[in-house]
Design a protein around this ligand. Sequence first.
Ligand SMILES: *[C@@H]1O[C@H](CO)[C@@H](O)[C@H](O)[C@H]1NC(C)=O
Ligand SMILES: *[C@@H]1O[C@H](CO)[C@@H](O)[C@H](O)[C@H]1NC(C)=O
Ligand SMILES: *[C@@H]1O[C@H](CO)[C@@H](O)[C@H](O)[C@H]1NC(C)=O
Ligand SMILES: [Zn+2]
Length: 512
Amino acid sequence: MSNHRVLQASVLFLSLSLLSATPHQREEETTRSTPITRFQQYLRINTAHPTPDYSSAISFLQSQSHSLNLTSQILHFSPSKTKPLLLLTWPGSNPSLPSILLNSHLDSVPAEPAKWSHPPFSAHHSPSDGKIFARGAQDDKCIGLQYLEAIRILKSELGFEPIRTVHISYVPDEEIGGFDGMMAFVESKEFEDLNLGFMLDEGQASVTDEYRVFYADRSPWHVVIRAVGMPGHGSRMYDGSAMENLMKSIEVMSRFRENQLDLVKAGLAGFSDVVSVNPVYLKAGIPSSDGFVMNIQPSEAEAGFDIRFSPMTDPDLLKKKIADEWAPASRNMTFEITEKGPLRDYLGRPLMTATNDSNPWWSIFKEAVEEAGGKLSKPEILASTTDARFIRQMGIPTLGFSPMKNTPILLHDHNEFLKDTVYLEGIKVYVSIIKSLSSYEGPASVQLSYGYSLKFKSGVRRGRVGHGSLGLEQGNKFVDGIKEGSSRVGPDQVKTCETCCRREYEPDSGVY
Ligand SMILES: *[C@@H]1O[C@H](CO)[C@@H](O)[C@H](O)[C@H]1NC(C)=O
Ligand SMILES: *[C@@H]1O[C@H](CO)[C@@H](O)[C@H](O)[C@H]1NC(C)=O
Ligand SMILES: *[C@@H]1O[C@H](CO)[C@@H](O)[C@H](O)[C@H]1NC(C)=O
Ligand SMILES: [Zn+2]
């Protein structure tokens, strides 16, 4: 595709000249709409919890999408219909190919204005160093608008037309768990209809000259351990009090925590590779009018922990450790684990996206970043949790990426900012990424026809029981990587099946 390369070179040149902000341009911002003023406009909409102004954000984004001729759709998954999800679409020339999704969340965490040097929703653009201060500047309104700015360049300046359809989603409530947002969306008919092949979601800033990319999130568990024991007078020393039992557990857990932290300090593991164990509350004692009764040893005591681990950690082994060592019944202890999100995808695989040649999307993504003059550091596991976990759960390859280099990590922090030059360079990177991903025609694909003789090499497809879909989760057997027949798809399911089977499946690696 040599003509593509030529086009690419001119794109970069053009964009570079258009996108570099000089102090002079900054003065002009009041009169002219530029990528920076549009970014400021979006940042000024207060979508912080607990009262995010979703409707203003959606109106603004819709007006942007109209100017780009993207189709738009507003979806609701909360009963109150106060949590809109905006879905924009740039149709590709081959809509039968699985599509690309570019995701960002509308909401942000609250800010404490008194602790900021500029009001958090003023989007103050500092003339001396180009820093734009706002809650959401890094997390993650930057990517939400960079996607659109990149599409603007692809459409208006380059006349580019995608082969695969590109969707852009703006989801509510990511910062509070995504239950009425991405979690509900992935279970919807609208999501299934996207026929998604690959998704990009938020990542994190990088303090070096290399962009960071994330192939997995850590999974959080909220763990409560409880001890019971004989109550007694505060003057007596005896075995097996609730407090003694709990304190023994805390000692064991602290040692484990220290060992994990030592691995990080010694450079043998990253922060996201180890199991983090952090005590978050202690609860015991008998309340009195001025505090606690001081001469009674209580009969119950509990402690709460935030525990997080990577997809490399075996959750069953961790559970066993909790049961055997951290809250053993032999010490009259019980425990409760609340899993905050899925651990495995629908096929039982760990929630991570391959970052090697087995995943063609990875290679395309990486090369596209490099073609735009960027460099990626070693793929990482994100220490926290994002909506990407819901998409990975569907077996869809997903990378976390926010093109912010030479930038301090300020998400959820006071004085969150992003420099104009970094923001503009990110747009350039997305031009290259969106162009490459949407031009990918895929390896030779296998057309599935309805019914009984379905052949695809490890062509595992997500799908839902009841929709006549054809995944391993329905107990279908694969022989030598070739699947033959499906007893679940009977004549009475002809209609559903026609819809779902007409899709093209690409062989190998479960990537489509
Ligand atoms: C949107 O469509 C209008 C009318 O067809 C056209 O004039 C305009 O150039 C298009 N804009 C973009 C960004 O594609
Ligand atoms: C556990 O509780 C039982 C019944 O109250 C008691 O006999 C035993 O000593 C307790 N064991 C420990 C380790 O606290
Ligand atoms: C690619 O990475 C995946 C996940 O880390 C791994 O299971 C697989 O063996 C790797 N494949 C190749 C060809 O390196
Ligand atoms: Zn975020």
